[in-house]
Design a protein around this ligand. Sequence first.
Ligand code: ADP
Ligand code: ADP
Length: 229
Amino acid sequence: MIRFEAAAKTYPGQSRPALDDVDLTVEAGTTCVLIGPSGCGKSTALQMVNRLVTPSAGRVLVEGRDVAGHDPISLRRRIGYVLQGVGLFPHRTVAQNVATVPGLLGWDRRRIAERVDAMLDLVGLDPGEVRDRRPDALSGGQRQRVGVARALAADPPVLLMDEPFGAVDPVARARLQDEVRGILARLKKTVLMVTHDLDEAVRMGDTVALMREGRLVQVAPPETLLAAP
Ligand code: ADP
Ligand code: ADP
């Protein structure tokens, strides 16, 4: 479970808070999508969860523990992170990318190799075909699949996704969204995701949290959100 308790952030030199008194709970095994215009504080909120951003006030709990009390290595194991497109290491093969966190955790070589193939298979890629390629030899959709495989490689209970499908062409995007939603539901991951695309929020979210100027405006299941005036 992820919980924001009166979380706020004012960046140095800024007069207005990027995030202002946010209370939000993402129940275990569900996906919450933060949506709102550019600059409304979505990434700031997301990055508080894995300690890339430190709150100016309030706190963020993951599985009941204040993230400020986690050491960075244990956070990496507990919290997967999917970024738009650029997240992969360009000079590493697909297999090396997927192996990043297991490698940091010191898994033995055979366990890593098995895990890499299982993860590629999970996200709908043929391990034999893509394992040894570099990211630039893949399509946008394939790269995003590798990004998801990498984030899930050490089986973290929590997953953060920042505009995960932004670099995927619109035709492939809907299918990829449905597939990834299915995978996350099946694995019972607790997911916090950021987008500015309402269709994506409705397709992916169990709850959708609408943000404006650093504040939460509405938190609701997608059906209710659409019905709101
Ligand atoms: P979003 O993800 O919704 O686009 P962000 O969380 O990136 O919004 O940004 C929220 C606000 O905080 C914006 O006004 C942005 O300019 C500002 N901001 C983000 N990161 C920094 C930073 N490192 N230093 C100063 N201001 C920042
Ligand atoms: P090799 O010598 O074949 O690179 P290692 O045992 O060093 O094998 O690493 C196994 C895998 O873990 C590799 O695919 C590598 O990409 C990944 N790995 C190891 N250390 C790191 C690290 N510090 N950062 C990212 N990935 C790593």
